[in-house]
Design a binder for this molecule. Sequence first.
Ligand code: KG4
Length: 340
Amino acid sequence: MAEIILGIESSCDDTSAAVIKDGFLLSNVLASQDVHKAYGGVIPELASRAHQVNIVPVVSEAISRAGIDTSEITAVAFTRGPGLLGSLLVGTSFAKGFAMAIDRPLVEVNHLQGHVLANFISQYGAENRHPEFPYLCLLVSGGNSQIVRVNGPLEYEILGQTIDDAVGEAFDKCSKMMGLGYPGGPIVDRLAKEGDPCRFKFSKPHVPGLDYSFSGIKTSLLYFVRDRIAEDPEFMEKNKADICASFQKALIDILMDKLIKAAAQTGIRQITIGGGVSANSGLRNRITEEGRKRGWVTYLPEFKFTTDNAAMIAIAGWFRYRSGGRTSLDVAPVSRLAEF
Ligand code: KG4
């Protein structure tokens, strides 16, 4: 009998619902929240209110686009954490109520597992390449920068992670310092395509092992911009593409140095990326290039599965459901999940 999973995602500022049937995507609906743009970052209270407005129409649209009846749903998967508590509360409460109403099991999903498993979403008419276990996932978002060894769908080992800021924060801060807007990653990415990545140099961190650090490079950019503007007030405007290209290259170099090291240490050649920053065109090109050079088999998620989306929650929920994972109706969301 077919297994149909309804996935619900509300960890930050995107309300999303998706339906997958035996691993194949039937629908993936997303409502983004523009309300935060005016503030240059996500305002938690506004995010949770917008989720409350969006959740019913988004889920309803996902079910209708999937062309299924609610009675056909096998289980309801939802993001339990990590994320903004008020946002998670909306998705969790809705998922609980919905599962109870249709009398189907509830399955909690760790948002990060969703990103790590995004490459398993199958689509009709697509090539559907999936990584083999074990593989390495470079998980890069606004809240995380990790190298994860994925031994099985539910078996993870964090080989390295940031000791301070996430790489997405570095992209966002770069954009903010330069007055370019929010969220910064896509803006920096776009400008970087027109700039010279070798024009400016930024100091790289010296962190032992496979861990990362991005706070120093942020400060390095701050001083660089401040000093150059003191010499020439027009400096930023005249050089923004080169600054973005150079800063982006420095961030990618940092990410890649440790990923290459992790691949060499573990002997694993199946390499994936996940999380919002995996949409970065420079990073995608570099992984593909390094993969070709080093004999890696690389998997890049489609753009729509890089940022927060419920399709990845549904696929992760499906894996968990199949291994017997069930969540009690008295579950509460958690802003930080202790184990991965
Ligand atoms: O995974 P995600 O959607 O949200 C969480 O962190 O939960 O990641 C958001 C991050 C933001 O920092 C955003 O600037 C970054 O992903 N991002 C990008 C790009 N698209 C999104 N960073 C670099 N290049 C991009 N094209």
